[in-house]
Design a protein around this ligand. Structure first.
Ligand code: C2E
Ligand code: CA
Ligand code: CA
Length: 777
């Protein structure tokens, strides 16, 4: 398709109607003119016919009268009767000359020439005879041809008193005649004769264009108007032809037409020029808008177009400007949203990483240090669950503002995730970053006013640094987060990233993800560590300890994956698995004749699992194991996480009849008063006091008072981490009820435990040999 520019369309729009109007006018005028000219030509022909026929009639009458007068001339008659040719001739010349006749003849009755105005024309006698014969036959003769010239003739008898002959007068039918006729009428005139065989043009003005030379018929020509009539009344042979050429008639109008066309063209040209100028003015705002639209499409939103056309284009331009600024705003907003955190409006992770990347490039050039500080507010989850997410969002927003307002301007502050602030500061290494940490802590703890309550915020903080830990922005952000997570887990306010920690972190993530499947796939097993009854040295029971052989990561210590599983929420599967194995083991051993007790470790999360007691009950009844055969070990610190709930769960367990033991006793900060209120059966002295009991004199009072205290409270005491004989002996002396440790046995798989039990001989711990024998297997 041809593309016509708007401007050209406007020009066409203006010129096409003018051209059409001009053409229509021209055609109409020409048509009218032609009709008019034709009518006039017709009129002039009609007039011509009248004039010429009148003229010819009057000439005929004149001729007729003259010939009558001549025939009545007595002298002529006499001369003719006597054959006096000279007198006759003079009379002929005299009369003919008077009326301007071109010829005159005097004939006898047979048509012999008596006298004539010709000189010696032999032909005249023949023609004279024919004339006389014609008159005799037809009563009249109108034309004669003598010496090639046609004449209109009149014959009159000469009577004396009988007819003695004829006088003839004639006018030439020739070019001077038609010329005269033409001059009279302003028309083309021709005179023709028609006989049966041929048509002859006797005379004509011009070249008789409109007559066929063979047929002498008027040619059918639209540009030629023709009339014909009889030259002489009663004579069909000689015809006068009047013609008017329309072309000629039109001639005066040709100039007019030329003028008309010229002015038409001129008008169209003017309209085209004016239209072009006008359309340029009209279309300029449009081109401006078109260009602006193209720029807009290319992303240039800030061009403001100025159109002052004084019409709707102004409005269009304004609308366009409004639209582009709206798009620009939206784009800016989207860009802003893409780079900023929704809650705090601080730069998000992407923008933070971008900024850090730029800082790294610059610092690398200037050999400068950068500290990346990850800050997470503590207790936000509780705030969200008690006050709602909106409140926690508000709090985070206020904290962000507080930080931004109080931190030095050159410190970059970002926020991402649910609750992670990130500070970037150039010129600080990890040591210098510590002073920052203080600033941050002070800012946050200065109190934030939320719903008429002053909330003092605490934070866990992690630090990574360039170039100490790496030179990649994403990596450094991750390292700071890892350090902060470590700080959180260890309940420390701040930690600096340790090189290699990320691998552990990744490993831990995998561990967490893989645990549930590992249990199903049988990668996780439960080992057992025997416990001895003191002082008699019999086997009292076992502690179930979980083991995981990861197909790729190898042996994973429980201290590594249990906290991870606890965080990921998969711990309950593990606990149920271990409980099932331990309770089943009690049944199997009981069936084999070993009446032993089993201890299973619980974690913080287990203590808030209200279904746990029900589950334990089910397992016990399934394997037909008495509740008091099961001891559940819990640490003081895990109870303290959520005392109310833990005590509720432990109370139910106690009611079932299951024994409860405090694990790692001595490492926590719980007071004896608190312990008194717990539903306890057993205290387990932590291995750190027991391991070095023999070497470190400071430990003995602790162990001793713990044993005494437990006994006072009516609890059983277990010592773990017994690694040598002297420790075992000393524990027995101090009145400890049970002992567990490598000296007795390491944790072993169940089949090994069965073998171990089969070979075990209860021996007094004081008899060294006996004990050696007992554990030599
Ligand atoms: P724990 O409850 O204090 O378990 C005793 C830990 O001390 C065991 O480490 C055991 O192998 C080790 N041990 C035993 N005798 C000696 C000794 O004479 N000297 C030394 N140095 N260590 C000794 P393990 O098996 O690596 O378990 C570590 C911790 O993992 C356990 O500490 C317990 O808190 C947790 N844990 C183990 N299994 C489970 C489980 O099934 N459930 C839960 N919730 N926690 C478990
Ligand atoms: Ca334990
Ligand atoms: Ca322990």
């Amino acid at each position: 398709m041809i593309r016509i520019k708007f401007r050209s369309k406007l020009v066409l729009l203006a010129t096409i109607p003018i051209v059409i109007a001009q053409l229509v006018t021209l055609l109409a005028v020409m048509r009218t003119v032609e009709v008019d000219v034709r009518a006039r030509a017709d009129e002039s022909l009609t007039a011509g016919v009248t004039i010429i026929s009148e003229y010819l009639k009057s000439r005929s009458e004149q001729l007729h009268t003259s010939v009558e007068v001549l025939s009545a001339d007595f002298g002529l008659k006499q001369a003719a009767a006597t054959g006096d040719a000279v007198t006759v001739r003079s009379a002929l010349l005299n009369h003919g000359g008077r009326i301007g006749a071109h010829m005159a003849l005097a004939l006898d009755n047979d048509g012999n020439v008596i006298a004539s105005t010709f000189d010696g024309f032999a032909e005249q006698s023949n023609e004279a005879k024919r004339l006389v014969a014609e008159v005799d036959e037809q009563g009249v003769a109108t034309t004669a041809v003598i010496a090639g010239t046609t004449y209109q003739v009149f014959l009159e008898p000469l009577k004396a008193p009988v007819r003695i002959g004829w006088v003839v007068l004639g006018f030439r039918i020739d070019d001077p005649l038609v010329k005269q006729l033409s001059e009279l009428t302003g028309l083309d005139v021709a005179v023709i004769t028609r006989t049966v065989d041929a048509t002859t043009v006797l005379a004509s003005t011009g070249n008789a264009v409109g007559i066929d030379p063979v047929t002498a018929q008027a040619l059918v020509d639209d540009s030629l108007l023709t009339r014909q009539f009889k030259f002489i009344d009663g004579d069909d042979v000689v015809t006068v032809l009047l013609q008017r050429s329309l072309q000629e008639a039109m001639l005066p109008y040709v100039d007019a037409r030329r003028g008309l066309i010229f002015f038409g063209v001129l008008l169209v040209a003017i309209v085209a020029i004016v239209g072009t100028l006008f359309s340029t003015t009209i279309s300029r705002p449009l081109s401006t808008l078109a260009v602006a639209s193209q720029r807009l499409a290319a992303g240039h939103y800030d061009d403001n177009i100025r159109v002052q056309a004084g019409d709707e284009f102004d409005e269009l331009a304004q609308t366009f400007n409004a639209m582009s600024s709206a798009i620009s705003d939206r784009e800016r907003r989207i860009m802003h949203q893409a780079l900023h955190d929704r809650v705090t409006n601080l730069p998000n992770r992407y923008k933070t990483a971008q900024h850090l990347g730029a800082c790294i490039d610059e610092a690398a050039r200037d050999s400068d240090d950068i500290a990346v500080v990850s800050v997470r507010l503590i207790g936000m989850a509780q705030i969200a669950s008690t006050l709602g997410h909106q409140a926690s969002d508000t709090l985070i927003r206020l904290a962000a503002k507080q930080l931004r307002d109080n931190l030095p301007g050159d410190v970059f502050l970002g926020h991402f995730g649910a609750n992670e602030f990130c500070l970037i500061t150039t010129g600080h290494d990890t040591d210098a970053a510590h002073s920052f940490v203080e600033t941050i802590t002070t800012i946050l703890s200065s109190g934030i006013h939320l719903d008429e309550v002053d909330v003092q915020l605490q934070a866990s903080i992690g630090i990574s640094a360039f170039p100490a830990h790496g030179d990649d922005a994403d990596e450094l952000l991750r390292f700071a987060s890892i350090a902060r997570t470590d700080a959180e887990e260890h309940k420390e306010p701040v930690r600096v990233y340790e090189i290699g920690r990320e691998d552990e972190f990744v490993r831990r993530l995998r561990v967490v993800n893989d645990l549930k499947k590992a249990i199903d796939d049988g990668e996780v097993s439960v080992w057992f560590q025997p416990k001895l009854q003191l002082p008699d040295g019999t086997v009292h029971g076992t502690e179930a300890l979980v083991r995981w052989h990861h197909p790729e990561l190898g042996f994973l210590p429980p201290d590594e994956f249990i906290p991870a599983a606890e965080q990921a929420g998969t711990l309950m599967y593990l606990t149920r698995y271990v409980l099932a194995k331990a309770i089943k083991q009690v049944r199997v051993l009981a069936d084999a004749g070993y009446d032993l007790q089993a201890s299973v470790n619980l974690s913080v999360k287990d203590l808030t699992d209200e279904y746990l007691p029900y589950h334990v009950m089910q397992l016990l009844s399934e394997h037909d194991v008495a509740p008091e055969r099961l001891t559940l070990e819990v640490t003081e610190s895990s109870i303290m996480e959520d005392v109310a709930r833990s005590v509720m769960v432990l109370d139910i367990l106690r009611d079932i009849g299951v024994r409860i033991s405090i694990d790692d006793f001595g490492t926590g900060h719980s007071s004896l008063g608190q312990l008194r209120n717990l539903p306890l059966h057993e205290l387990k002295i932590d291995k750190c006091f027991v391991q070095s009991l023999a070497d470190d004199a400071r430990n003995e009072p602790i162990v001793r008072t713990t044993i005494e205290l437990a006994r006072d409270l009516g609890l059983e005491v277990v010592a773990e981490g017994v690694e040598d004989e002297s420790t075992l002996r000393r524990l027995s002396e101090l009145g400890c009820h049970q002992a567990q440790g490598y000296f007795i046995s390491k944790p072993i798989p169940f089949p090994d435990l069965v073998k171990w039990l089969d070979q075990f001989e209860p021996a007094a711990y004081t008899e060294r040999r006996g004990i050696e024998r007992a554990f030599s297997a």
